[in-house]
Design a protein around this ligand. Sequence first.
Ligand code: KIV
Length: 269
Amino acid sequence: MSSRAKVSLPQLRAMKERGEKITMVTAYDYSSALLADKAGIDMILVGDSVGMVVLGYDSTVPVTMDDMVHHTKAVVRANPASFVVADLPFMSYQASINDAVYNAGRLVKEGGADAVKLEGGQEMVPAVKAIVNAGIPVVGHLGLTPQTVVQLGGYRVQGRDEAAAEKIMRDAKALVDAGIFALVLECVPEQLALKITSELPIPTIGIGAGSKCDGQVLVYHDLLGLFDRFKPKFVKRYAKLDEEIIQALKKYREEVREGKFPDAEHSFK
Ligand code: KIV
């Protein structure tokens, strides 16, 4: 049980109004959710990045609804005060409004998430409206949308030219009108993120979008230095846990081989 009071939607909106930065980090299991909660993180994202940093896929595309429900349940078992958002994975909401509402419902009802996140702009308005009408809070995701990275031509900054920036702004406003309560902006120029942040009534959460968003999100494994297959420019490693883990595992291996572990302290008489 968390020692903090549960973070609520009005609280997140109030943080934007007060200019207080919102912190979000991904988590995919019970123990990482416990740590994020203990660190006082406002929002946990059970991101479909689980596919890349935990399940070993090359992209987020293969992640299934069952994967997302499984990982969301594990996070929610930590009972965090942090507000839990779960990603709708690729093709769980694009084919029909029914799919979108049904699968958003699974993440909340089976997974225990507080809200869901989906990628896309104006084309997602009917799905967002239907999910919100079903009583489920929705986070939008614009800019670099990893589920459609092939269509975007790779992992690159979005909204660099005027037309592209205007489209992202139009998409953001359409999503707000449809009922999203927060918007993730991934890999967009800082000036565009600032403009969107100042024109929207809801919080923006940036990743690779500069410092002017209302909040920031990073992938747990990137932040802690647990994943080194690639490191985007926007990732800051606050620790190098991979090195520490390798050292600890080597030490364990050595001690077992040398008969030093288990010693008297770790054995039953
Ligand atoms: O899945 C994820 O981790 C995300 C973040 C990159 C925002 O969507």
